[in-house]
Design a binder for this molecule. Sequence first.
Ligand SMILES: [Fe+2]
Ligand SMILES: [Fe+2]
Length: 358
Amino acid sequence: MVKSLETPPVELLKPGVKAPVQETLLTPRFYTTDFNAVAKLDISGHEAEIRAVVDELKADYNRHHFVRDDEFKQSWNHIPGEKRLAFIDFLERSCTSEFSGFLLFKELSRRIKYSNPLLSEAFEYLARDEARHAGFLNKAMGDFSLSLDLSYLTKNRSYTFFPPDWVIYTVYLSEKIGYWRYILVYRHMAENPEFQFYPLFRKFESWCQDENRHGDFFKALLRSQPQLWNNWKARLWVRFFLLTVFVTHTITVFERANFYEILGIHPRKYNNQVITETNKTAARAFPTILNTDHPYFFWYLEQCAINNQKLIAINNSKKWGIVKLFQKIPLMQNILWYMLKLYLIKPINAEKARETVY
Ligand SMILES: [Fe+2]
Ligand SMILES: [Fe+2]
């Protein structure tokens, strides 16, 4: 059974400005990379394809989309307690991860401006879109008399270093999973308008096309670097990144099951569909994808989420630190054990199916 944890009350940094959630392995992270190595990426053999994707980004189809129309101009005080807190939590996490993308793309664009102008131009468009997305979400938080201090976040969050190869794999996946997350919520809301308690969800259809285009850019970049897909090491890495993204997604969806239930979305079905579709989409870029049809695939993923919920319950308990630690160790071992079992499920060769799948 999907069990959600209680949502804590909103903590403030100063009046009207929400204190950022405590950083954990699962909160959206901020990234930095080896900018010189990105500048040196040789894309000469694939310039035409990358140019075509960059031209799509340049067209800026959504330049008039992120407008707060009349529907937003009303009071939202009628949205009650738990629903309100769960929605604010969703807005904050989404805003932080959009803003994290903005910071990375902006810095990439700036640092490789003269050494790799085509990629720099692409990153500039990506940063433009993510700034819009983050800004729109932050304004939505404003409707609930809160905002995120993005400059405080920029200065005070820790930055995780990822080498360029990891950035390409993980950003590709996060753009594509972002696409599926938004489009599935949008389709659900279109079919069940009674759950549309705030107009943000109406914006998701065009919004997710931005994420789709971002993903397509990273796909073109990834395929321009044969070492990222044509050897056994690459095949092992992509399995690892698919797995970690899917485990993280499952854990976060189950942890926030109440939010999805408020939207009228079945958390388990939503999680399974997002993962199945993202995995299928990844067959266009990655040499290998995971076998989501394996009878234990989603069961193993859920075991990770269940063990994580037990970890959170221990963290929130009033026991001594050392007692907590001893109680947590077997649960962490369980998560790693199920991740290993998932990793060892025979993957699917995507190179073979490339021309026919999506
Ligand atoms: Fe975005
Ligand atoms: Fe994006």
